[in-house]
Write a protein that binds this ligand. Sequence first.
Ligand SMILES: Nc1nc2c(ncn2[C@@H]2O[C@H](COP(=O)(O)OP(=O)(O)OP(=O)(O)O)[C@@H](O)[C@H]2O)c(=O)[nH]1
Ligand SMILES: [Mg+2]
Length: 445
Amino acid sequence: MLGKLSSSLKDSIRKIAMAKRIDKQTVEELVRDIQRALIQADVKIALVKELSNRIRERSLKEKLTLNPREHVIKVVYEELMNIIGKGVEVPLASQKIMMVGLHGTGKTSSCAKLARYFKKKGLKPAVICADVYRPAASDQLRQLCDSISVPFYDGADLPAGKSVMDIVKAGVRGFEKYDIRIIDTAGRHALEEEMIEEIREIEELIRPEQRFLVLDASIGQQASVQARAFDDAVGITGIIITKMDGTAKGGGALSAVSETNSGIAFIGTGEKVDDIEKFESDRFISRLLGMGDLKSLIEMAEESLEEKDVDKDILKGKFTLKDLYKQLEAVRKMGPFKKIMQMMPLGGLGVDLNDEMYQITEDKLGQFRVMMDSMTEEELNDPKVIGGSRLRRIARGSGTSTAEVSALLKYHRLMQKMMKQLGSGRGRMPMMKGMPIGKMMKKLK
Ligand SMILES: Nc1nc2c(ncn2[C@@H]2O[C@H](COP(=O)(O)OP(=O)(O)OP(=O)(O)O)[C@@H](O)[C@H]2O)c(=O)[nH]1
Ligand SMILES: [Mg+2]
């Protein structure tokens, strides 16, 4: 994804990391490298200029809390975050979602992707086709919905002469019992008043909690104009950027968020129904800069290795799957285990570390993450509720087996127990983030 932008940015970060000293000249060179990379990715010039000025200003004038190299990298990171925005969090709750966007941007595909996403989270989705203009539109959406076993409605039962509003009204009512009702709308080639009027009417009719704008990443800066027009019309609550897998110009669409009051909610990374990612800008930027562990590194530098206040609930044994997830995330971001383990004063805990313990693989962690992605909030908070049928659903949703999901639950129980012991015991608990994993993984074998 965004291969070229990413490789240029990585190069410039690497240069900074290796620079003998950080002075006006190094910063100027960095700014120029980043400008070139962003402009090639089609980010708006005005935004690039603003970012450049801020990097120059902050890199050299801000008071340092980190070493100068880390400081500059942190500034770059934060300023990129500024352009791309924080991303919007879509609640896992009952809601109606209306999709809007120009012709061919990926609205219909994204309807199915979203339905699948929510279904994996344990919610019941249904999809309504409000595109009566393109003859094949309803067949396309029906096939997609069939493939993921999600109910679909296109007003086929209504009398001839039905309008888009009739279909939407009947669909929303018919699917009243469903948690997530997704409405696909028709695209046009350009921003025509007729289309805008139609989505406005749909919006007024059903008052959807979410109005998602679907933008094609390959259109580059054109994305801004679209974002503004759709935001004016219906008030965009989230943006889905599609086709991030096939373009070098994605920077234009990414930075179009600044035209709306919302942010990026999802990105599409391929044609299949599973090719959708919840957008998390810190993770996205870390990946872009080629430093999966950049943020954690910076945090580590800031926090230092002092003993930290550990969440009291965790030590009382209230260690949920979500806490485990957070821990795995932190570890994954920090990079190789061995390095982290070596940084921690473990002697006091009576933990004897041998090489075997370091052999937990990235794959294993990745698999855990996918399984947790297929769980509901309730399950993450209280894994005890996971019985046979939920186990099967999670396994299916994550493409794993029930035995593998069970192994994760067992791992969680062990961790929970260990946390409890630590809480009641000797108290000293340096660097919660990654510590107990090596030991627990060994037990799992
Ligand atoms: N590579 C890639 N292709 C995508 C992605 N999202 C959608 N597509 C493809 O883009 C094309 C158009 O997608 P649709 O979902 O039909 O777009 P639409 O906005 O519904 O189009 P209209 O209904 O005609 O306005 C299809 O061939 C999709 O497979 C993506 O994230 N990556
Ligand atoms: Mg469509």
